[in-house]
Design a protein around this ligand. Structure first.
Ligand code: CTP
Ligand code: MG
Length: 376
């Protein structure tokens, strides 16, 4: 198996975005762009090249990702690539893929196609796309039509035989070019083309962030939750965060808020985080008589920690009594408040079971919930 390295150049200032941070550290759908680009190469050995003084930004953007320490790049992209290649010279991989941190949407297919071209003996390979728009060049006399036939746009990753591209960068360091294939050609290397992808955009202007986010699509998760508590002596119950006067209480280790428990489980389900009993064991004295909003709040913070946004929660309370209707608006408002979402993203419903089953016999209350979370 040939040895491969991936060089991700992230040493630019991102001046054309006009944003505060260099664009590679800005969030794209909740996750720093560089982190997404690195993730696109999961399973490949990645070396990141950063700008001087960007150490803290890169540490924050790649927190928890195991990578070799970043190499510091230079004033131009070309210099950043050369310094990255020099840093890899010791381990001298067979092939290197050079990729812009600003192209987080690169697909596994493009990566595999480039690697395959190198394995088939090309000195270099790059993804290209035929130009679809009509082109015009602005010149002294106005706008001159440029025939687009045969014109292509070059993307990254650009892959090369490592020793050859390193030599090309060393020899032609003084020739200013905008990509590595241009240098490869100066050095007389054979370069093969693979099909590029429209969605492999280079995030360049501020508005490209919104475009990239829409191209990214969303990871939407839906999960259910279910809970039952038994009636016992008492004069009130807690339902969906509201204290409701009733002829009985509900039995439970906590405040027995069956509605909030069902929603908590639905949210935990969306992020694959087990269930409420796992996070708040009934054997734990800390949770005796606990107010259940804390459980829901905890589930919401776990969702947020994963970059998730709660789109919607819906709960159905199943009981003959108490009547839920008079409390519905207060319940919706309280759930929205705990989850820090708009109340039109919360739904509270109720039903009886026509006297059938344990809820029909008024032995207890059941609740079932569903939640939808958008992960980025
Ligand atoms: N790059 C680099 N070193 C530089 C300049 C650019 O590593 N001195 C990287 C950028 O971080 C980016 C890629 O090369 O991932 C493509 O460059 P570009 O899109 O031009 O990014 P910036 O130079 O950061 O943006 P701008 O030109 O708008 O300032
Ligand atoms: Mg630039």
């Amino acid at each position: 198996m040939p040895r491969l390295a991936v060089l991700i150049v992230a040493a630019g200032k991102g001046e054309r975005t006009g944003l505060g941070l260099p664009k590679q550290y800005e969030k794209l759908a909740g996750v720093p762009m560089l982190r997404r680009t690195v993730a696109a190469f999961a399973g490949y050995p990645v070396q990141v090249v950063i700008g001087p003084g960007q150490q803290e930004m890169v540490a924050a953007a790649l927190k928890g990702v195991t990578l070799p320490p970043p190499v510091v790049g230079g004033a131009t992209r070309q210099e950043s690539v050369r310094l990255g290649l020099e840093a890899l010279a010791g381990e001298a991989p067979d092939f290197v893929l050079i990729h812009d941190a600003a192209r987080p949407l690169v697909s596994r297919k493009v990566i595999a196609d480039i690697v395959a071209a190198l394995e088939n003996g090309a000195d270099g390979a790059l993804p290209m796309l035929a130009v679809a728009d009509t082109l015009r060049r602005r010149d002294g006399t106005g706008w001159t039509l440029v025939p687009r036939e045969g014109l292509y746009r070059a993307q990254t990753p650009q892959g090369f035989a490592f020793g050859k591209i390193l030599a090309a960068h060393r020899t032609h360091a003084a020739n200013e070019v905008t990509d590595d294939v241009a240098l490869a050609e100066l050095a007389g290397l054979t370069v093969e083309m693979v099909e590029g992808e429209e969605k492999n955009i280079k995030v360049t202007r501020k508005e490209d962030f919104a475009l990239a986010e829409s191209l990214l699509g969303a990871d939407v998760r839906t999960a259910t939750g279910y809970d039952v508590h038994k009636f016992t002596d008492g004069d009130h119950i807690w339902l969906c965060g509201i204290k409701v006067p009733h002829s009985h209480g509900l039995e439970g280790h906590s405040d027995a808020d069956v509605g909030l428990h069902a929603i908590t489980d639905a949210l935990l389900g969306c992020i694959g985080e087990g269930d409420i009993g796992q996070h708040f064991p009934p054997t734990d004295e800390r949770w005796r008589g606990a107010a259940s909003w804390q459980f829901l709040d905890h589930a919401a913070s776990l969702v947020a920690a994963k970059g998730g946004v709660i789109n919607h929660v819906d709960v159905t309370l199943i009981c003959e009594r108490p009547k839920v209707g008079p409390h519905r608006d207060a319940m919706k408002a309280r759930i929205a408040e705990i989850l820090k979402i708009a109340s039109d993203r919360v739904s509270v419903k109720a039903t009886t079971t026509e006297g059938l089953g344990f809820t029909g016999r008024r032995e207890g209350i059941a609740a079932q919930a569903i939640a939808t979370v958008r992960l980025s």
